[in-house]
Structure formats: C-alpha cells, structure tokens
Ligand binder design. Structure first.
Ligand code: NCD
Length: 369
C-alpha cells in the first residue's frame, strides 16, 4: 500500500484487511499509543473541513506522531502561483505522509506522481472521499456486524457529493442493493450508474419515494446538497430543502437500520431524528479516528501487513478530458492518462454510435472516440 487514493482499488480481501486493522485501532483511538512516534503527517486542505482534517490530526497524534499543514491555501505560496506538483515536492521534505483535500478532481492522484511519501486523498472535488468511505464501512461493519448484501439507500445530492459515489463503488464487491433518492438534476452522473451496473454488476434502483425506500433500508445514507459546487445560486435555490429525513421517514425504518450522514448537515436531517436509536451519524464521526489511524499506520509501514489492491496504470493519449473540474484542466503539465472502459455489454457502445470509450485516470469521466 503506497498511497490511499481510491478505496475501490482494493480487492474485497484488501478492504477486509483494512477494516480488521481499523477495528484493532478502536481501543487506541482514545487511549493513544506510541507506534508513530517521531513521524509527521502533513494536512494540506484547499477546501473547508472540520471533521476530516481534525480527525486526521487526532489520528496522527493518537498514534504518537505529530502534524503540520494548512487549512487555507491562500496563506501559502499557492497564492503566488505555485503548482500542485511543486507544493508536493516541498511538503514531502517536511513530512512522512500527506493528506490532501483539493477542489480539482484527480488532485490526489496527480500528487502521488510527484511525492516521495504516501499521499492520502482527503477529498478531490466531487470525485472521491475514500477515507470517509472507509470510516463509513467501519461504522456499518461495527454497528450491523457485516457488509454483505445490504440494502443501502443513498439520499441527497448524488451528482456533486463525493461521499455517496465513493460508498457505492466501495460497497460493490459486497453485493449491495443500492436505492438512489435524489432531487431532479442531482442524480448520479450516467458514467457512475453505468460503471456500477455494467462493470461491477451492482443493482441500482432509482426512486423519488424516500419514505418507501427508507422502509426497506439497512442503511439510509443521507448527504447535503453541495451548494459550493453549483454553477448558479438560482439552481441551488430550486433544490434547497427538497428532501428532509424527519421523524416520519425514520419511523417506518426497520429496527436494526442505521441513519448515517458524513456531516455537515444543513437541513436534510431534522434535529428530532438525533434522539432516534437508528441515528448513528454522531457515532460515525468517532470511527474517523481509528479508521485514519489504521490508514496512516499501514502507509507508514508501522504495521507489517500486506493489503491486496489493483494497480491501474493509465495510457497516455492525446485526448482532452471533458470534465472542467478535472485536475488536468488546471494543472496543465500533467500527462493525460486514460484507461479503456471495459463494458460488459459492449453493444451499448455500438448503440451510442461509438467505437470505444476511455476513462480519465484522474477524474473517471469518460471520453468516446
Ligand atoms: C463531506 C465532504 O467533505 O465531502 N464531509 C466530510 O468530509 N465529513 C460531506 C460534505 O461536505 O457534504
């Protein structure tokens, strides 16, 4: 395990190993340990954060190490025009592992090409948030006892939110039944649904009926509308407040079910739900510490444990990624890397009048040729 960029790059066995190590960290998440003494974690946060940054710092300190970094890139040389690559070449001289959150999609992968130390993706735009997903899996595994064949309702902004798609991809090997409830226009992008259904064989159902979906849920995973990623305020106001998980929604849920949310919430979970035994979003935050302790300890080889993963190497192609938020659009020096889309139903491409599709290695958007 060299970097931690995308949880879906690990095999099912790999994810299980990660969860075992995180489970062993639970008692140490309060008591602390000495394993990481003398090691430094750098946290580079180019976007706002409360939980992710603080729990990464808490995790490193509970491991016995220390932290440095910034929570506002405007106070760094980025404001003078420094590239991401040069910032990483700097910070890797001062730290042993780097957690980075950046608005450009694929930023963490780009950093991994320039870093001498492990990179952790702490959120790259609307793309992925693998350490959140890892703590989500740890929460579900600990609270429900297993991850197999669960009915997981993903409610909220599935288009711009990175946590819901990250969770969907990471759960895929565990054969979930995914039920998506999104306001109009905020559904999963077509390439996400296609990949889940046709490449990973996941059942994905879409519905507008939140109450009925919640009734059959093992997990109701709620997300906030990502206002900061909208191109216009008018578009945001059209969907603001369009769904609320309140006492009525939760009342019909099975007894064993969990209501989770990566937080922060705005208005999508009513405070009356907080006292329901199924509401576990505050407990979920705690798991961020042992989950991130495990990731840091494994990346720093403080624990000698192999974690099986799939290497995905890109092919350099002279294609422009269609995603305006892709890191290749802002960091122009990056090599344009793609992987062929392996669609189980290749006839789908023919129907679309395409010969082949490639997936951008950085942001996962597809280009047809
Ligand atoms: C999430 C994020 O940043 O994507 N927050 C988090 O890390 N806990 C969810 C969000 O901001 O809506």
């Amino acid at each position: 395990m060299k970097h931690f960029l995308d949880l879906s790059r690990f095999t099912k066995e790999g994810v299980k190993t990660l969860l075992e190590v995180a489970g062993e960290m639970v008692p140490h998440a309060r008591a602390g340990m000495d394993l990481g003494r003398g090691r430094i974690l750098a946290t580079l946060f180019y976007e706002p954060s409360t939980r992710t940054r603080l729990s990464f710092e808490a995790a490193m300190q509970r491991l016995g190490g220390s932290t440095l970094g910034f929570a506002d890139a405007r106070a760094t040389s980025v404001a003078k025009g420094e590239s991401l690559a040069d910032t990483i070449r700097t910070v890797d001289k001062y730290s042993d592992v780097i957690a980075i959150r950046h608005p450009a999609e694929g930023a963490a992968l780009a950093c991994s090409f320039y870093s001498q130390v492990p990179i952790i993706n702490a959120g790259d735009g609307g793309h992925l948030h693998p350490s959140q997903t890892f703590l989500d899996l740890l929460t579900i595994k600990t609270e429900l006892g297993h991850l197999d064949n669960l009915t997981v309702v993903l409610a909220g902004d599935l288009r711009y939110g990175r946590t819901a798609s990250s969770l969907a991809f990471a759960l895929a090997p565990f054969k979930p039944h995914l039920v998506c409830v999104a306001p109009e226009g905020l559904e999963f992008p077509p390439h996400v649904v296609r990949r889940l259904r046709h490449e990973l064989g996941t059942t994905v159902e879409e519905t507008a009926d939140l109450v009925a979906a919640a009734r059959g849920a093992d997990v109701l995973y709620v997300t906030r509308i990502q206002q900061e990623r909208f191109f216009s305020t008018d578009d945001y106001l059209k969907v603001k407040g369009s769904y609320v998980v309140d006492g009525h929604v939760v009342k019909g849920m099975p007894d064993h079910a969990l209501v989770l949310h990566p937080l922060p919430r705005v208005d999508e979970i009513a405070v009356e739900v907080d006292d329901d035994r199924r509401a576990r979003y505050f407990q979920q935050m705690f798991y961020g510490v042992p989950a991130r302790m495990a990731l840091i300890a494994l990346l720093l080889k403080l624990i000698p444990q192999a974690v099986p993963s799939r290497e995905v190497a890109g092919e350099e192609l002279n294609l422009t990624c269609p995603n305006p938020r892709c890191v290749t659009a802002s960091e122009k020096y990056l090599r344009k890397l793609y992987t062929p889309v392996l669609e189980k139903e290749t006839s789908l491409f023919a129907e679309l009048g395409e010969r082949k599709r490639y997936r951008c290695l950085y942001c996962d958007y597809e280009v047809a040729v």
